[in-house]
Design a protein around this ligand. Structure first.
Ligand SMILES: Cc1ncc(COP(=O)(O)O)c(C=O)c1O
Length: 452
């Protein structure tokens, strides 16, 4: 019996023993094809020699120094690298140990900014439904994943949620993409008016929605309208790029493709590629300026911020991405992946939408393509797909509740940036029968009342 409180007390997991490239081998010798990088984490695959070498070298120099006593060369170098490659308004990075911590820090920094500049009445955050920003209480509060929030709702901070940009389901047939984006922006404007423009701290959104809704990309111009509304009311814009950032969509930051510059960008998964727990918040110079003129500090901190070994891993990952021109690879292989998915599922009776950007692709499953009717949530189709994929030694990232936290199923794919053409073919070749088997099995069952 395991003494770990695993995510599920019922499931029994294979035990990972080693990894190389885009494959993980378990203790029984089974080799799994990692088509999701875990949860869109392993951007360089497993056991990359440049990264492990950098970590070993750092451990041999110094493994830990508390950030209230010291800075370290490696943390400074990582910060220089990140700021040099960030949007122009970004001047600093706050280094943490994961995505939820990055979002928490962004929320607190946004609030402190307004206290410092003499607008302490600002206390509201606005975010979107069908988004995920992390599992700590602040991050869960801004998150719009109903299923994750439900039982904790009484202890969350009050956050206003507006609609996600979910073109497949929510754009009206008589509406252009532009008009749809304008309608969504209008909803934000009305929400700001309701709360009072001078009472709102920040708007927070995933640039491309990951786990909760499966690769939702914004319609062109929509995020620019959002940025304009924020600017008009002096509201900060927090981009949560924990999952979609650091190259996953083909540019280092997904916002680059939207032509907007957020005030705070939360990054994590692809930053360290899973080699160490690390995240960060990229911070605009105007926020740093306010703190510098004001209290001179950010009233926050954790024991492991700026951890040297984590910084060494992240710096090595980022240097490999740059040296090997892996952003170009993401764009090229992203096209290849989309082509292969379209060839395999473009006419599939139960795949309603194939979406995403770069190596960040989602398939939305439907009972019928014409009606877009989702499968009964009680069938737990997403869980069945994961089981069937694992049985075929394929790792993908399916999730339920795509539409509203209860209904809908999708599969998210986020293979490492080093994925080859042959591996893409192999991923799709294993995924197709896994989906078909899961649907066949679900079809044979009477739905239960349980949810995702
Ligand atoms: C968009 C987004 N934000 C925040 C988080 C939380 O990150 P972590 O699990 O590292 O705390 C996640 C994790 O999946 C995420 O996808």
């Amino acid at each position: 019996m395991s003494h770990i409180l695993h995510r599920s007390l019922r499931a029994s997991l294979p035990v990972a023993a080693s990894g190389r490239g885009i494959r993980i081998v378990d203790t029984d010798g089974h080799e799994y094809l990692d088509a999701s990088g875990g949860a869109a984490v392993s951007c360089l695959g497993h056991n990359h020699p440049d990264v492990t070498r950098a970590m070993h070298e750092q451990i041999d120099r110094i493994a830990y120094a508390h950030t209230s006593f010291f800075s370290t060369m490696v943390a400074e170098e990582l910060a220089d690298h990140l700021v040099a490659h960030a949007p122009k308004n970004i001047s600093h990075v706050y280094l943490v140990s994961g995505g939820s911590e990055a979002v928490e820090a962004a929320l607190k920094l946004a609030r402190q900014y307004f206290v410092e500049i003499g607008e302490p009445q600002r206390r509201h955050f606005i975010a979107r439904r069908q988004s995920y920003h992390g599992n700590t209480l602040g991050a869960l509060s801004v998150g719009g994943n109903e299923w994750r929030r439900r039982q904790f709702a009484p202890i969350l901070i009050d956050v206003a949620h507006v609609a996600p940009c979910y073109e497949y389901r929510d754009r009206r047939p008589d509406e252009t993409a532009d008009a749809y984006g304008a309608r969504l922006a209008q909803e934000l404007e009305e929400t700001v008016q309701r709360l009072g423009g001078k009472n709102v701290i920040a708007f927070c959104a995933e640039t491309v929605v990951g786990a909760t809704a499966g690769g939702l990309t914004p319609v062109p111009g929509y995020l620019r309208r959002i940025r304009e509304i924020c600017d008009r009311h002096g509201i900060l814009y927090i981009a949560d790029e924990v999952m979609c950032g650091m190259g996953r969509t083909g540019t280092l930051h997904a916002v680059e493709q939207e032509g907007i510059t957020p005030d705070l960008i939360a990054i994590a998964k692809g930053l360290g590629g899973g080699y160490q727990p690390i995240g960060g918040v990229l911070v605009a110079d105007k926020i740093i300026g306010a703190l510098t003129k004001g209290s001179g500090m950010f009233q926050h901190g954790h024991t492991y911020i700026g951890h040297p070994v984590a910084c060494a891993a992240a710096l090595a990952v980022q240097k490999v991405i740059q040296r090997d021109d892996l952003l170009t690879a993401v764009r090229l292989q992203g096209v290849r992946l989309k082509e292969r998915l379209t060839a395999a599922f473009g006419r599939h009776p139960h795949v309603g939408d194939i979406r995403g950007r770069g190596l960040f692709m989602g398939l939305e499953l439907v009972e019928g393509r014409e009606t877009k009717e989702p499968f009964d949530p009680g069938l737990r189709l997403h869980a069945r797909i994961k089981t069937e994929a694992m049985a075929r030694h394929l790792m993908v990232y399916p999730m339920g509740g795509t539409i509203d936290g209860r209904r809908g199923d999708h599969v998210l794919l986020a293979p490492p940036f080093i994925v080859t053409d042959a591996e893409i073919n192999e991923i799709v070749a294993r995924l197709a029968p896994a989906i078909d088997a899961a649907i066949a099995e679900a079809g044979a069952l009477v739905p239960q009342t349980t949810e995702s």
